[in-house]
Design a protein around this ligand. Structure first.
Ligand code: SUG
Length: 412
C-alpha cells in the first residue's frame, strides 16, 4: 500500500473565462488568452518531477469538452457567454476536486472508498462528475475499491480539496478531517457540512476517528474557496495557516487527542499574511514523504516570488521542523485559474497492482502523452474563440488522439 498521486492532464480546451466566483486568481485572469499546450506540458513536467523524486504517479484523462449534452440541456444558443464557456471548461484538471478518498485502513469493510464530487456550486464544474465517475470506475474496478456516485446535489461537495487525512503511516488507520464552509459571506461556501457527513457514513469511517471542522469564514472571504488553499496534511503533519479554521484550537485538540504523534505546524499571520498565502499558494503544495523518509513540500514557483512565503520556507527547512526540502514547480497556466500543485492531484493509498495500469505513469508513458500534447493541443485560446466549431473539432480530436495512444478509447 502506497500513496499514489493522480494528476489531471490539462485538457486541450483550457481557458480563462473567469467562472469561479470567490477564486481570486481565476477572476483576475478572466478574458486572458490561455495556452493549453504549455499548460499540459507544465502539468506533465510536475508529474515527471515527482516521479524523479521516487513517488508513485498516476494520471487522469481530460473530459470530453465542449460538453454538447450540457449545452443541449441548457438550450444554449448565442448570447450566454458564461454558460457557453462552462460547456468548454477544462476544470477536470483539478483532480483534488474529483473525489473524496478514504483508504482501506479507515473503512469498515477494508476496501478503499471513493465518492465522486458533485461540484454543484459552480455550473462549469457541476457537469464533471459523470465523466469523472466513468474514469474512476475504470481505474479502480478492482474489488479492493468501492466507487460511489455523488452525494445528492442539495449538499455541495468539492471532494478531497476539503478533506485531510493524518496517520502514522499511509497504510495504517488514520484520522479523517472534513472541512466545510457556512454560507453567508461574500463568496460561495462550496463545501456543505452534510456532504462530508454523508461521505463519512457511506465510506464506513469510524466516527471516533473522524473530525468535522468549519473553515474560517474570513478565509473564504479572503479567497480560500477550498480548504486546501489554507491547509495541507501528510502522515503525521498538519501544515495550516492560523486563520484556516473557524475554531482552530478545537481542530488541533481533536486531532491531538486522536493522533498524539501529530505535528501541527501553524503559519502565523505575522509571518505570512492570509492574503500572501492565498496569492502565493503556500498551502496548495504537495506535502509528500520521500522514499528516504524525509518530508518535502512541492510548491508553486509563485511561493518563491512572494517574500513572506519565501522567508517562511527558508526558516522551515533550516529549522528542525518536519519539512526538510522544498521543490518549486512551474504550473503558471493552472495557477492563473486558481489551481496549484495540490489542486492538480488526487491522492489514493492503494496497492498499485489493483489499479488499472493505463492510469499509472512512468517516463515512457509521459513521453507518449507529451508527443500527443505537443502535436495536437492548441497553442492558445482566447475566450472569444469558445464556441468556434473548428476549435471544437480540434479539441475533440486532440483528446481522442490521446485516448487512442493510451488505449483508453472506451472513455471517448
Ligand atoms: O474550482 N478554477 C478551479 C480551481 C480549483 C482549485 N482546486 C483546489 N483548490 N483543490 C475552481 O475554482 C476556474 C475556471 C475558469 O474561471 O474558467 C476554475 O474553475
Amino acid at each position: 500500500m502506497i500513496e499514489i498521486n493522480f494528476d489531471g492532464l490539462v485538457g486541450p480546451s483550457h481557458n480563462y473565462a473567469g467562472l469561479s466566483l470567490g477564486n481570486l486568481a481565476a477572476t483576475r485572469h478572466a478574458g486572458e488568452v490561455s495556452h493549453p499546450r504549455a499548460a499540459a506540458l507544465q502539468g506533465l513536467a510536475k508529474m515527471r518531477h515527482n516521479l524523479a523524486l521516487g513517488l508513485a504517479q498516476g494520471v487522469f484523462m481530460p473530459l470530453d469538452r465542449p460538453n454538447t449534452g450540457f449545452a443541449d440541456a441548457l438550450a444554449l444558443g448565442d448570447g450566454e457567454p458564461g454558460l457557453l464557456a462552462a460547456t468548454w471548461s477544462a476544470s477536470s484538471m483539478w483532480t483534488a476536486n474529483a473525489a473524496t478518498v478514504s483508504p482501506a485502513a479507515d473503512c469498515a469493510d477494508g476496501r478503499c472508498h471513493l465518492s465522486v464530487a458533485n461540484l454543484v456550486s459552480m455550473p462549469h464544474r457541476s457537469h464533471e462528475w459523470p465523466g469523472t465517475l466513468a474514469q474512476l470506475r475504470l481505474a479502480f474496478a478492482d474489488p479492493a475499491f468501492a466507487v460511489h456516485g455523488p452525494v445528492p446535489p442539495c449538499f455541495g461537495d468539492e471532494g478531497a480539496a476539503n478533506h485531510m487525512r493524518l496517520t502514522g503511516a499511509h497504510a495504517a488507520p488514520g484520522v479523517e478531517i472534513f472541512v466545510y464552509g457556512r454560507p453567508g459571506g461574500p463568496f460561495p461556501a462550496r463545501q456543505h457540512e452534510q456532504a462530508g457527513r454523508a461521505i463519512a457514513r457511506r465510506h464506513g469511517l469510524d466516527p471516533a476517528q473522524t473530525i468535522f471542522a468549519e473553515q474560517a469564514p474570513e478565509a473564504i472571504a479572503a479567497g480560500a474557496f477550498h480548504n486546501d488553499v489554507v491547509a495541507v496534511a501528510n502522515e503525521t503533519v498538519l501544515l495550516c495557516h492560523e486563520r484556516a479554521f473557524a475554531e482552530p484550537e478545537h481542530v488541533y485538540a481533536a486531532l491531538r487527542e486522536r493522533l498524539p504523534e501529530a505535528q501541527i505546524v501553524v503559519v502565523p499571520e505575522s509571518d505570512v499574511p492570509l492574503a500572501d498565502a492565498i496569492a502565493g499558494y503556500l498551502f496548495n503544495a504537495q506535502l509528500v514523504t520521500l522514499p528516504e523518509g524525509d518530508m518535502a513540500l512541492v510548491v508553486p514557483a509563485e511561493c518563491v516570488a512572494t517574500a513572506s512565503i519565501a522567508g517562511w520556507l527558508d526558516r522551515a527547512v533550516s529549522g528542525n521542523g518536519p519539512i526538510r526540502r522544498v521543490f518549486p514547480v512551474d504550473v503558471k497556466e493552472s495557477m492563473a485559474n486558481g489551481g496549484g500543485p495540490a489542486c492538480l492531484r488526487l491522492r489514493v493509498v492503494a496497492d498499485p497492482a489493483t489499479i488499472d495500469p493505463r492510469f499509472l505513469l512512468d517516463d515512457r508513458k509521459a513521453d507518449r502523452i507529451e508527443a500527443v500534447v505537443a502535436e495536437r493541443w492548441p497553442e492558445a485560446i482566447a475566450p472569444q474563440e469558445l464556441g468556434s466549431a473548428a476549435l471544437a473539432r480540434d479539441v475533440v480530436a486532440a483528446r481522442r488522439a490521446l485516448l487512442d495512444v493510451l488505449d483508453l478509447g472506451q472513455l471517448a
